[in-house]
Write a protein that binds this ligand. Structure first.
Ligand SMILES: [Fe+2]
Length: 239
């Protein structure tokens, strides 16, 4: 098809909204979760801060192993799981929407890659100022107060048996706290509570055991000191 005819064809599809849903869905996260897909392979992105930058709340050794070993393994195993399949041309968000039909390796490693990409961006050295404006108003009207929200989020994180994640999501335009097992997330069609994550906390032991051993509640309490509320507010405004 000649280029001019092709562009006319794409414009016609857009006009009747055949291609809009996928592009809209991907666009939602583009400014925060940049594309990580090059030449058919997912890639581990470097952190925007050093491994020791979240001290004393999250120690250097944990950050280095978590990012360079655990996250890298999710990326490697995801690439292996989709190699030679039609999934090579799909985004993670597209895979999540049909996760119930995909192999466990794609679910575990695709979730692992996406969840950690978000997690690194949700933290910043020294944290950032607590939320204000629409996000704070929504948190207060939904959970009673900012402290009540933190308490309920911590309960979800502490109460997740075994390995998993705690989430604050926007679901049907409402804020909801939920948690998922393993490397699942609320974008997956298998999630009990579905929604767009705006905050997520890794409660796998690999995220805290070197410093906190079995004291998950202490890790959660200290984690609030490094949360990047600017990123949370950005995600909140885009979802
Ligand atoms: Fe992790």
């Amino acid at each position: 098809m000649k280029r001019r005819n092709f562009l006319t064809f794409v414009a016609a599809l857009s006009a009747v909204k055949i291609i809009e849903p996928v592009s809209k869905r991907i666009e939602k996260f583009n400014n925060i979760i940049e594309r990580r897909y090059t030449m058919g392979k997912f890639e581990l992105q470097p952190l925007t801060y050093s491994y020791d930058a979240l001290e004393p709340y999250i120690d250097k050794a944990t950050m280095e192993i978590h990012h360079s070993k655990h996250h890298q393994a999710f990326v490697n195993n995801l690439n292996k799981a989709i190699e030679g399949t039609e999934l090579e041309s799909k985004s993670l968000e597209e895979m999540f929407s049909m996760m119930s039909k995909l192999p466990a390796a794609v679910r575990n490693n695709g979730g692992g890659h996406w969840n950690h990409d978000l997690f690194w961006k949700l933290m910043t050295p020294g944290g950032s100022k607590e939320p204000t404006g629409d996000l704070l108003n929504d948190i207060v009207s939904t959970f009673g107060s900012f402290d009540d929200f933190k308490k309920k989020f911590a309960e979800a994180a502490t109460g997740r048996f075994g390995s998993g994640w705690a989430w604050l999501v926007k679901s049907d335009n409402k804020l909801v706290i939920t948690s998922t097992p393993n490397q699942d997330n609320p974008l997956m069609d298998v999630a009990e509570v579905k929604g767009n994550p705006i905050l997520g906390l890794d409660v796998w032991e690999h995220a805290y055991y070197l410093k906190y051993q079995n004291r998950r509640p202490e890790y959660i309490e200290n984690w609030w000191n490094v949360v990047n509320w600017d990123v949370v507010a950005d995600l909140y405004s885009k979802t």
